[in-house]
Design a protein around this ligand. Sequence first.
Ligand code: SF4
Length: 470
Amino acid sequence: MSKNDLKAQYSKTKKQLDEVSPAFCLAKWYQVTLHLQNGHNHSCHHPNTHQTSLDELKRDPSSLHNTLFKKQIRQLMLEGVRPKECEYCWKIEDTPGDHFSDRTIKSNDEWALPFFDEALKSGSKENVNPKYLEVSFSNSCNFKCAYCLPHISSSWMKELKQHGEYKTKSKHHAYDYLEKSGKMPILDTAANPYVKAFWEWWPSLYKDLKTFRITGGEPFMVPDTYRVLDYIIDHPNKDLSLAINSNLGVEKHLIDKAVEKINRAKGNLKEMTIYTSLDTWDSQAEYIRFGLDLELFRQNLFTVLEKIPEVNVTFMCTYNLLSIARFREFLEFILDLKNKYKKSGSAFDSRIVLDISYLKDPHFMCANIATADLLERMKSDLNFMTANSPDRGDGTIGFTDFEINKMLRLYNWASQGTKSEFQQEQLKDFFIFFSEYDKRRNTQFLKTFPEYKNLWFAGQALTAEANEGT
Ligand code: SF4
């Protein structure tokens, strides 16, 4: 669809939504992320999560999605009252100019718009099955990436229990609050009522799903993932797009098991995508994504690509401060992969996609505190991507507009920098965090990241100065 056609389509959808009310959004009915390790969910992913109470769960397993709280929000939307939790969209809608919020973009999607009348008919009180479901069965994970969180990674949780919290001003990795907010994950060894309810609901839910994405933790470490694949093998759903997020850093026998089941399930699905993560290259990537062994990652990746020719692989890059120095090598790797793994029957479409998003928290790892020399590298990487766009006319596959625009947006954001006082706070946290990280994990920041020595020493000096003042 051309840009103009898409704009016209969005205008039409917005008008249709606004005729119900200017607060009406189909994502509140049909999209949900379930964190079964603690019973939290949200619709869509922008508002904060809230928990399904065990009382609600006993009455109906679909209350994993259809909570009393969410039904109140749906009612507000029908009445034309903007729910506060959807601020993300209201900010965009109130900004002057010609643009659409996710309220329109999501509601226009194929898992939402065809069900417009159905949503109106169900109103705010009836239970509905989501069409787009993302689920985390557990926080079991063999990685503890520097920017990750304890309720997402069991390895992070273990470290914090053993060594306590990091002494940074940022409370990004704090876990005391998890208990207070009801986000403390249920251990894999304990009975989990949310997982039990999910499987009770599943046969009814499955037939209505259009997109189903399994996330974690690390899904290939969790038996429920294989149970989903077994179910698909026995119950075809040709309308369903299945996606699995994986760090591709698990033992080979788990990848072999997944590949075998996916190969049996894929014919029963519309399409299948593996999402994996990498933020930069070599020892620097291994330092950030602690637990990553790049050689094992490559072996597992090639197993997936070679043994399941129909599967597409998207690299989710959480671009952060430490991504910058060796990002070019990562881009070169992606470019080679794109050309090696073309979609069947297509000379210009690749099975490989790079999706760059920028890390927003913890602030001390964000690319917008980068020094001028690092920003120059970013700019050069952006130019490299543009020079390797599909338009260069030599018949090879390059980076798509989507991929280049993500890098451009990132560079524009990072190069704005931050206020000096804020920058100094982040540099202190940066030094405090990674000094402690090195001690706990037996790593060596300066040896791994010589390009960041100016930031390191600046953080060290600011920390010493602060300590003298106390
Ligand atoms: S209005 Fe926006 S934030 Fe709220 S559910 Fe819809 S897309 Fe999400």
